[in-house]
Each structure stands twice: as C-alpha cells, then as structure tokens.
Design a protein around this ligand. Structure first.
Ligand SMILES: [Zn+2]
Length: 188
C-alpha cells in the first residue's frame, strides 16, 4: 500500500511541474515562418517570414506569392523560359515584402524578422527602410550570388544584424490529434 501511495505521489509531482520541452521563443517564431511558407503556391520555393516586436509579439507574417488580385493560375511559376516575362521572377512577391506589408502595427521599427531564407537585395532594401534591426535566417544557400552579396553589404552599412538560426531540433511536428489524448480527471 505504501509503495502505491509513493508511486501516485510521484506521478502527481510530475504533473504539477511545468513542461520542460516547450518551444523557446526563437524556435516558435521560426516555426511560424515555416508554417506560413506552407501557404505558398510556388512549386519550387516556399519561403515564410515572421516579424516580431521587442515584446515578443508577432506583428507581421508573410510568404512568397503573386500580388493581390493577380491570380495564381494566370501568372507563370517557371524558373526558366526563353522570355523572362514567362518566369515568376518579374511578378512574385517575396515573403519579406509580404510580412512587412501585412504588418498589424503602425510600423516595424526595432523588430526582428525570422525568415527561412537569407533575404535578397530587394528585400534587404525593404527591411532596412522599414527599420527592422535584425534578420534571423535558417538557410543561406544562395550565399555567393550577387543578390545576397549586395544584401549583406547593405545590411553591414546600415547596421542591420543578421544571424543564422541553429535549431535545437530538426523538426517540429504538429499533431492535431494530440489534443484528444486522454488524461485522468483531477482527483476531488
Ligand atoms: Zn527577396
């Protein structure tokens, strides 16, 4: 009997402690950027961005897509074509642009942008002009292209910090069924 009592006491203690495996802020914001990217219709590149203010509140989210009112089925998604007008490049809005334009605060000055991919030079200009102070990115796979070199150069000149995000875990799983997991009702 005493063994049982001790056992149930331990179980109760475990349930009273706060969870230790909760998401840290930076993982949470990067995960929001990645979740947002899942909205993208682009067949070759899905990028998401999440803007966070100094109070750790999300003030803007965006993903790459065609401009408002320009139907996804009308404009091209190709990366290469004999005519550049038949590629996506002249039309598509990058995640960073959409996140800034979608802001739900007066401005994004002093905010941090979490983004899956290091920003191109055009987005770097927007980030700088919007007053964002830091970019936290996951991948820098186009590091040696002129666009990324120009972006870094402008960030360095304007004092925008850029930091590579190193996740603690390789993946975060969202299991819609987890909310249904059974737990014993609290003892009266
Ligand atoms: Zn861009």
């Amino acid at each position: 009997m005493s063994g049982e009592a001790a056992g149930s006491g331990q179980a109760a203690d475990v349930m009273c402690k706060k969870r230790e495996d909760y998401l840290e802020w930076c993982e949470y914001f990067m995960a929001v950027a990645f979740l947002s990217a899942q909205r993208s219709k682009d067949p070759s590149s899905q990028v998401g961005a999440c803007i966070v203010n100094p109070e750790n509140k999300i003030v803007g989210i965006g993903y790459n897509g065609m401009p408002n009112g320009c139907h996804d089925d009308v404009l091209p998604w190709a990366r290469t074509a004999s005519d550049r007008l038949d590629t996506k490049y002249p039309y598509v809005c990058h995640a960073e642009l959409n996140a800034i334009m979608n802001k739900n605060s007066a401005d994004v000055k002093g905010c941090i942008m979490y983004v899956a991919l290091f920003p191109c030079n055009e987005c770097a200009k927007l980030i700088i002009q919007a007053g964002i102070k830091e970019v936290i990115f996951m991948s820098d796979k186009y590091h040696d292209t002129p666009e990324m070199k120009a972006a870094r150069h402008m960030f360095d000149l304007s004092g925008v910090k850029y930091t590579k995000f190193v996740p603690k875990q390789k993946s975060i799983v969202i299991d819609f069924d987890s909310i249904n997991s059974k737990r014993s009702p609290p003892a009266l």
